[in-house]
Design a protein around this ligand. Structure first.
Ligand code: NAD
Ligand code: GLY
Length: 361
């Protein structure tokens, strides 16, 4: 089992990674002192796949119950959070209760926020089951929900008690969702670790085949990078902002699509291509470097069409983004692989890059 620690003093926690880990949850939760009452929150599909057996196991040692929530980004909102509060209150949950977020990033972000706010904060464990959530969203304590068309507008920084990753759960993940996670994986190489990017580039086919040994390594490295960055800058005042590479475009694209039809990872894929082109047009990246980077991103797989998404709509959505600073749209750019710079994007340049991308679609 690989263990990565997130160094945040008394808010620090372990990320445990191993194939087959879900089958040991009863013992390992007990060892990690999680309290007597556990609520496993999942959507129907994930509950059928992994929740039922997890619950049976937990019931041998704890008082464990499920809370079912609807599937999908369009349900990542305050209504779903309110339903979780209602259930917890009906069940008489107290401050010693533990929530378990079993599922992808949508479930993790919702449950983390419910945990942050219920009774002013209760314990929660992330049990991520998608590639996006295993390499990114389960680590770092960003929790929250969308508010109308504003992505992740309501939320809290609130760290989990434990992150519990079983890469075997990826075997049931639909191809498109797996591919979506690969964009976030590649992001780490681009912003932080050139050697890791070369490794990913060379091993992409084996990774796509979901070779368990390689997956464990890849997830482990991503978690190490995320743990390092979030330990140094928990609340995104500085370094952590680099994790938003591609996200200025991605969040706008998701919102323009009303959180349907494109996955978060795919939107990040487009966002990274756009940010790379912007870095080149600002003279930060050499054209051949930009081409190489775009090649690596494109190799992951096909992206859905953005034909209907005009630059005008993207800019309108970016105006609502929380990453704006003093009225300007901030973008994470690349100086080279592994080295970033954060600058205002410039509306005209953003618009030009987006239209260029869209017309090539
Ligand atoms: P998701 O949670 O919507 O999961 C994708 C789909 O896969 C869902 O239909 C889900 O039911 C299904 N699924 C989950 N596990 C499965 C499994 N093992 N087998 C079969 N199906 C499975 O999407 P996601 O890509 O995991 O997460 C995206 C969300 O994460 C977005 O809301 C994004 O904003 C958020 N996010 C948050 C952070 C953060 O730091 N908090 C970082 C990155 C992304
Ligand atoms: N996914 C961006 C962050 O966690 O900061």
């Amino acid at each position: 089992m690989k263990t990565v620690h997130v160094h945040l003093g008394e808010r620090g926690y372990d990320i445990l990674i191993a194939p087959g880990l879900l089958e040991k949850a009863g013992d390992l939760f007990l060892k990690n002192r999680v309290g007597k009452r556990i609520f496993v929150v999942a959507n129907d599909d994930v509950f059928q796949l992994y929740g039922q057996s997890l619950l049976e196991q937990l019931r041998e040692r704890f008082e464990a119950t499920e809370i079912l929530i609807p599937d999908g980004e369009k349900h990542k909102n305050l209504v779903t959070v309110e339903n979780i509060y209602t259930y917890l209150i009906a069940q008489g949950a107290d401050r010693d209760a533990t929530l378990v977020a079993l599922g992808g990033g949508v479930t993790g972000d919702i449950v983390g926020f419910a945990a942050a706010t219920f009774l002013r904060g209760i314990r929660y464990i992330q049990v991520p089951t998608t590639l996006v959530s295993q390499v990114d969203s389960s680590v770092g304590g960003k929790t929250g929900v969308n508010y109308h068309l504003a992505k992740n507008m309501i939320g809290a920084f609130y760290q989990p008690h434990l992150v519990y990753i079983d890469p075997n759960t990826l075997s049931s993940l639909p191809e498109r969702e797996f591919q979506s996670g690969l964009y976030e994986v590649v992001k780490y190489g681009l912003i932080y670790d050139a050697e890791f990017l070369s490794y990913l580039d060379c091993h992409l086919e084996a990774i796509k085949q979901r070779d368990p040994a390689i997956l464990e390594q890849v997830i482990g490295r991503c978690c190490e990078i995320k743990a390092e960055i979030t330990s140094l800058d928990e609340r995104e005042s500085d370094l952590r902002r680099i994790l938003n590479f591609g996200h200025t475009f991605a969040h706008a694209l998701e919102a323009v699509n009303a959180f349907q039809g494109i996955t978060h990872g795919e939107a990040v894929g487009y966002g990274m291509v756009a940010a790379t082109r912007l870095s080149r047009s600002k003279g930060l990246l050499k054209p051949e470097q930009a081409e190489h980077i775009e090649g690596v991103v494109r190799k992951i797989g096909p992206l859905p069409s953005i034909e209907d998404v005009s630059a005008e709509r993207m800019l309108e959505s970016m105006e609502r983004d929380k990453k704006r600073k003093e009225g300007q749209i901030m973008v994470v750019l690349l100086k080279e692989i592994g080295r970033t710079l954060i600058q205002p994007g410039g509306e005209a340049e953003i618009s030009e890059i987006w239209e260029e991308l869209r017309s090539a679609c």
